[in-house]
Design a protein around this ligand. Structure first.
Ligand SMILES: Nc1nc2c(ncn2[C@@H]2O[C@H](COP(=O)(O)OP(=O)(O)OP(=O)(O)O)[C@@H](O)[C@H]2O)c(=O)[nH]1
Length: 411
């Protein structure tokens, strides 16, 4: 939960903000209607706040004193204003406010909330600014810092490559075109040979007036392009939107690969990775072990303790499965059915399944519910066809159920 200080006196704006905050369970607003109130609040509790939204004109602070107050406490500050003034905007940005939002429409307020959300995640984001000009690097650093990014600097292509090699967790590169040695443009081509868009976002920058340069940058793998001179908001908007796009892609990838309830590989991902493992086994001339696992009498858990308890049983079981067999390929194939594939010998897999069975008996998933147990069918064979291997394991799982459950049948 993040506490947000809101210094605002207009009843209409407060109503809109209250409405938006209600949709944000992770953000807790604390409203102050005057500079005086905000002063007392910050004096006593500044450390509790994550950021502030401050109105520029208040009855007891008509000239942006609320912003100065927030800045004195080093809180990220988003300014709300009813009117636009170019000089005022420049002054505010020079002071290091996060951004300047006009009280124009629902969209402006939503933008302020996007900023708040990004502030929360930005402290984990590393941005490398590669530019041979000290002035430009400092200009960009000053724009990015109020947004809480971790900013690194490189003076040329060589240093850029070195830093990217040393710190593979750098998320975004702001890359000038005209640098000594390797040009920015050449660097993009080089970097994209090993780093995909998901691994590193690249925003090209150049003072070159030729329109074709931006197109070239983007065609060779940059995600966006900025022409110098650019204003602070332009850089911030582009950084923010490329990061949002990357996060969205990552979330889509995550949703496509992992089972939402247990976090294990879903059926599709299990098959994809399973095929790769089979190819490896074929290359190495080895057999593979495959097992199908199924929780026993799971319907009774759902019927007796509710679907939520059933879900909780699936989650704790999946967690124990991952912890006990960390090196094996695991997946939830559907319902209460799980599968594993491994190059390990069948004895080793069977021993791990016994250990898992032992642990299951102690897992807690619902008050008063019986201990979890599972049956398993284990098969070891030639790595020819995943479907047939899973079928063999399934036949043995069926036998385990027939023989009284809570056991592994192999052969
Ligand atoms: N809570 C919950 N239940 C699920 C989920 N997916 C499938 N189920 C339920 O899992 C139950 C499986 O029941 P059955 O196939 O009869 O198997 P069982 O009761 O475990 O009996 P045996 O396998 O013979 O030991 C069904 O009631 C499904 O509705 C899920 O994601 N969450």
């Amino acid at each position: 939960m993040r506490n947000i200080l809101v210094i605002e006196d207009s009843p209409l704006v407060l109503k809109i903000l209250e409405h938006l905050f209600r949709q944000e369970p992770d953000l807790q607003p604390v409203f102050c209607a005057s500079l005086g109130e905000a002063e007392v609040m910050l004096e006593t509790s500044a450390g509790l706040f994550f950021a502030a939204i401050a109105d520029l004109h208040l009855p007891d602070a008509p000239n942006g004193e609320s912003v100065d107050l927030v800045m004195r406490y080093h809180l990220p500050c988003i300014v709300l204003s009813g009117s636009y003034n170019e000089q005022r905007r420049d002054d505010l940005l020079a002071k290091g406010v996060v951004d300047y939002v006009l009280k124009e429409s629902q969209h402006s307020y939503e933008y302020a909330f996007r900023l708040l959300h990004r502030l929360d995640s930005n402290s984990h984001i590393k941005i490398l600014v590669a530019d041979d000009s000290d002035t430009t690097r400092h200009y960009i650093r000053n724009i990015l810092t109020p947004h809480r990014y971790q900013v690194l600097e490189a003076r040329d292509g060589k240093e850029t490559l070195r830093l990217l090699g040393e710190q593979p967790d750098i998320d975004l590169l702001v890359l000038d075109h005209a640098m000594p040695g390797v040009s920015g443009f050449e660097l993009v081509k080089l970097l994209r040979q090993k780093l995909r868009r998901n691994d590193l976002i690249i925003i090209g920058v150049s003072a070159d007036p030729k329109g074709s340069l931006s197109a070239q940058f983007i065609k060779h793998g940059a995600d966006d392009f900025l022409r110098k001179p650019f204003c602070p908001e332009e850089l911030n908007c582009r950084v923010m939107s490329t990061l949002e796009r990357r996060d969205l892609l990552r979330a889509l990838k995550q949703a496509a690969q992992f089972d939402a309830l247990t976090g294990l590989n879903n059926r599709r991902a299990f098959y994809e990775q399973g095929l790769q493992l089979l190819q490896q086994a074929q290359r190495e001339g080895r057999e593979v072990s495959v097992a199908m696992l199924d929780l026993d009498h799971f319907k009774q858990i759902n019927d007796g303790f509710g679907h939520a308890s059933g879900d909780s049983a699936l989650v704790v079981f999946a967690r124990a499965l991952s912890a006990t067999l960390p090196q094996m390929l695991l997946g939830r194939l559907g319902g209460e059915e799980f599968a594993l594939l491994s190059l390990d010998e069948a004895d080793r897999v069977e021993a791990a399944l016994d250990e898992l069975r032992h642990q299951c008996a102690a897992l807690h998933y619902a008050a008063g519910a019986p201990p979890l147990s599972f049956s398993a069918g284990l098969y070891r064979g030639e790595p020819d066809d995943l479907e047939s291997l899973l079928h063999e394991a399934d036949v043995r799982l069926y036998r385990a159920k027939q023989q009284g459950r809570a056991r592994t049948v192999r052969g």
